[in-house]
Design a protein around this ligand. Structure first.
Ligand code: GLA
Length: 387
């Protein structure tokens, strides 16, 4: 059974009719540019082959009915007038948040039924939540608001996560899910929203981008992610700029170190952001100028060290995974996503991937950690209509 058939059959079972369409949106791996998006900086994600599929149909009773094949005990149904941030809790909030953004248009059409299915690993730093919100956003665009651009959908999905679910993310994940193209990485300036597709043909260079999901999950709605965001805002304020993106170089960060422990924290956080923006530009320049993408490897590893030492969002298991991949011959490796768990990416020669997988698995076993899940991030297309 294909993915389309599976979600269509589930929709029919649940609602007794065919959906009006099926839409898919992918997870992402960010090549470089971590925690830069809410600082107005640069990012360079690729879309994964893994997607969330949403089967959607309109209904006449003014209600929103939701079901997920991944959460069979968490069906939800509520009146459109009862949509409130946080309702329903869990996965359904990401869908309800998008519907709430378009509530007037949805209401004049009577209501919605949605069934979702997908294979983007959840909580793995691979943006399963944006895959969910963006698959639904594209579906609603096609059904009821055809004039909306993909850029507008990025904002709708981001507001759904920020304001409805309460996860204070930037626009990296939603942009990757909606704007990426197969065979390319998306070079996005999150301040002016200009973007460019940078060719990233790993197979032609005999390379693979491995994703190693450590199986340790993170949650954005609570804890460290929001703290880091606030620290960046405070650092920017102390430097008299609106966004850390505006800081020209690390020398300009010196005033942050006022001799207090707090000042040194601001310095480290801001230094990560400023050096990470520079790393994105170096990776893009290298990909444009060099026939050999291996040259970006050390820049990725430097990105990990900065996330570990300056931004302090890595974990011992993420660090051990990066080390094991490098020891086994990866050209570069780094944690991806919001941090505090999740996945590592490793750039490796095609014929070294088995050795790297084995080395990482052995490191996990030695530390008593469950086996990691590893797959290749083949740069894929962003959100699309499937049926
Ligand atoms: C999460 C957020 C993104 C971005 C990354 C870190 O994935 O959703 O907006 O901030 O973390 O780069």
């Amino acid at each position: 059974m294909t993915g389309i058939e599976r979600v269509t059959a589930a929709f029919r079972d649940r609602f007794g009719a065919d959906p009006e369409g099926v839409w898919a949106a992918p997870g992402r791996a960010n090549v470089i540019g971590e925690h830069t998006d809410y600082n107005g900086g640069f990012v360079l994600p690729v879309a994964l082959p893994h997607t969330t599929r949403a089967a959607i149909g309109r209904r006449g009773d003014g209600r929103l009915a939701l079901a997920s094949l991944q959460h069979p005990d968490e069906d939800a149904e509520l009146g459109l007038a009862d949509l409130r941030p946080g309702t329903p809790p869990g996965w359904g909030g990401y869908v309800a948040g998008v519907v709430a953004e378009l509530r007037d248009a949805v209401a004049s059409d009577g209501g919605l039924s949605v069934v979702v299915d997908g294979d983007v690993p959840a909580g793995a730093g691979l943006s399963s939540s944006a895959a969910l919100s963006c698959s639904v956003a594209l579906g609603l665009r096609d059904l009821i608001r055809p004039e909306l651009s993909r850029e507008q959908l990025v904002d709708i999905a981001r507001r759904a996560e920020n304001d409805y679910v309460g996860a204070p993310t930037g626009i990296l994940d939603q942009s990757a899910a909606l704007l990426c193209r197969a065979g390319s990485a998306l070079f996005l300036d999150t301040r002016d929203r200009s973007s460019e597709q940078v060719p990233f043909d790993l197979a032609a260079a005999g390379l693979a981008l491995l994703v190693i999901d450590t199986g340790t999950t993170h949650s954005h709605a609570d804890g460290g992610y929001g703290d880091r965001r606030k620290e960046c805002e405070q650092a920017a304020q102390r430097l008299g700029v609106e966004l850390l993106r505006e800081v020209p170089d690390v020398a300009a960060l010196v005033p942050l170190d006022d001799g207090t422990p707090e000042g040194r924290v601001f310095l480290r956080r801001a230094r990560h952001v400023v050096t990470e923006d520079a790393r994105v530009l170096r990776v893009v320049a290298t990909l444009r100028e060099s026939a050999d993408p291996r040259a970006i490897g050390p820049i990725l590893t430097a990105g990990h060290e900065s996330l570990r030492d300056d931004f302090e969002i890595s974990t011992p298991l993420l660090d051990a995974t990066v080390e094991a991949a490098l020891d086994a011959g990866a050209h570069g490796a780094r944690m991806v996503g919001g941090g505090f768990g999740g996945s590592v990416i490793a750039l490796a020669d095609d014929d070294a991937t088995d050795r790297i997988e084995a080395a990482v698995a052995a490191r996990f076993a030695a530390g008593g950690d469950g086996p990691p899940r590893t797959f290749r991030a083949v740069p894929s297309d962003g959100a699309r209509r499937l049926a």
